[in-house]
Design a protein. Structure first.
Length: 372
């Protein structure tokens, strides 16, 4: 099975949805052509084909709608337009406007409506369109969606899936390239999931929609055009489990979403210099898979985590602290973080200097005293 990734140079996915025409939207489904990475899904059957992450997500939504009449899909421009990234393309025509529809431009209202529907037996799947667009809905998600089961002593569950396209490397402007995962992972009551490849995108979204508690499903925008040869439907490792996607003995690289590809490329580059790097795709950020990660760290005795979000107070800080507490006597060196800089996400012309790169990761690894 093969994986390819790339961004389509003809698209401008950061354009507001009201300005996206049919030609641009069609181009947004274009596929990259740079072969990289390794596959993690089960072997494809005879009907295997090249599938983008966008297509995998679209098929997961379609199959969920077909299998369960209580599943609803709504958000800004997800109906007629099919979403800015075409993830919901064709669903309104197939299932009707009673099950797939366009909401007003009011994120707080979208989540509030979803909460009410979930309390009454429905399974809403809502889209926030862009990462920073979710901030007006923060109070609804944190104060109500995350807490209602606890508030009602388990009597009321909220099977809501909140899809959030996130992270950068798409040439997006302000409010279109945030990495907001730490806001959600620091909120008890939310499961936070982020796939890095098409197979996981399909399988994890199906599992998220079937879950009886709220899931923040974070989709790495720069990987929407990644291609993988597989047959849908596909079932990968279960939610809440990390996966070792490349074995190594010298150091463990932890990554998720958009930075998994960076970690794999770093492992390839490190191998050329005799460095054996193990790569783990976290897949689910909260709850954290201590077992899988700790087993790897105890084997290699060194670890680093890569993410696009700013380093200070970022998700990597929690991971580093957690692993140190549980594996201190096994460590040969401090756990490192390779992250975005502590500044607001920069303009498109500067984002290449902000994002973690293979060179930055290798430089960080070289900072250790390897004689220990």
């Amino acid at each position: 099975m093969s994986v390819e990734t790339g961004t389509d140079p003809t698209t401008d996915p950061a354009t507001d949805s009201t300005e996206v025409d049919d030609e641009t939207a069609t181009a947004a489904s274009a596929q990259g052509d740079t072969a990289t990475g390794t596959a993690r899904a089960p072997e494809a059957g005879p009907a295997a084909s090249s599938v983008t992450m966008t297509k995998a997500l679209n098929q997961a939504l379609r199959d969920s709608l077909a299998d369960d009449d209580t599943v609803l899909v709504f958000g800004e421009d997800v109906g007629r337009l099919g979403g800015v990234f075409r993830v919901t393309e064709g669903l309104r025509a197939e299932f009707g406007s009673n099950r797939v529809w366009d909401s007003p431009l009011a994120e707080s209202g979208i989540i509030g409506t979803a909460i009410g529907m979930a309390m009454n037996g429905m399974r809403p799947v809502v889209e926030m369109q862009f990462d920073a667009y979710a901030y007006p809905a923060f109070e609804q998600i944190v104060s109500h969606a995350a807490k209602l089961r606890n508030r009602t002593k388990g009597r009321v569950s909220l099977p809501i899936t909140i899809r959030i396209p996130y992270a950068g490397d798409i040439g997006g402007v302000e409010h279109h390239s945030d990495s907001s995962e730490a806001y959600w992972t620091s909120t008890p009551g939310l499961t936070v999931v982020t796939p890095s490849n098409p197979a996981d995108a399909y399988s994890l979204l199906r599992e998220s929609i079937a879950a009886d508690d709220p899931v923040v499903f974070m989709e790495p925008k720069s990987r929407y055009w990644m291609k993988e040869t597989l047959s849908l439907p596909v079932t990968t490792a279960p939610m809440n489990r990390a996966q070792v996607i490349r074995e190594g003995t010298d150091v463990t690289l932890l990554a998720y979403g958009p930075t998994v590809q960076t970690a794999l490329e770093t492992a390839e580059a490190g191998a050329e210099h005799g460095l054996s790097i193990e790569v783990i795709d976290l897949r689910t950020l909260s709850p954290f898979d201590d077992e899988t990660v700790s087993e790897s760290v105890r084997k290699t005795s060194r670890a680093a985590i890569i993410h696009e979000a700013a380093q200070f107070g970022g998700y990597g800080a929690e991971v580093a602290a957690r692993l140190t507490e549980r594996n201190f006597t096994y460590l040969s060196a401090p756990i490192l973080r390779v992250a975005g800089f502590d500044v607001p996400y920069p303009s498109p012309k500067l984002e290449e200097f902000y994002l973690p790169t293979v060179e930055r990761v290798l430089d960080a690894l070289e900072s250790w005293d390897w004689e220990l």
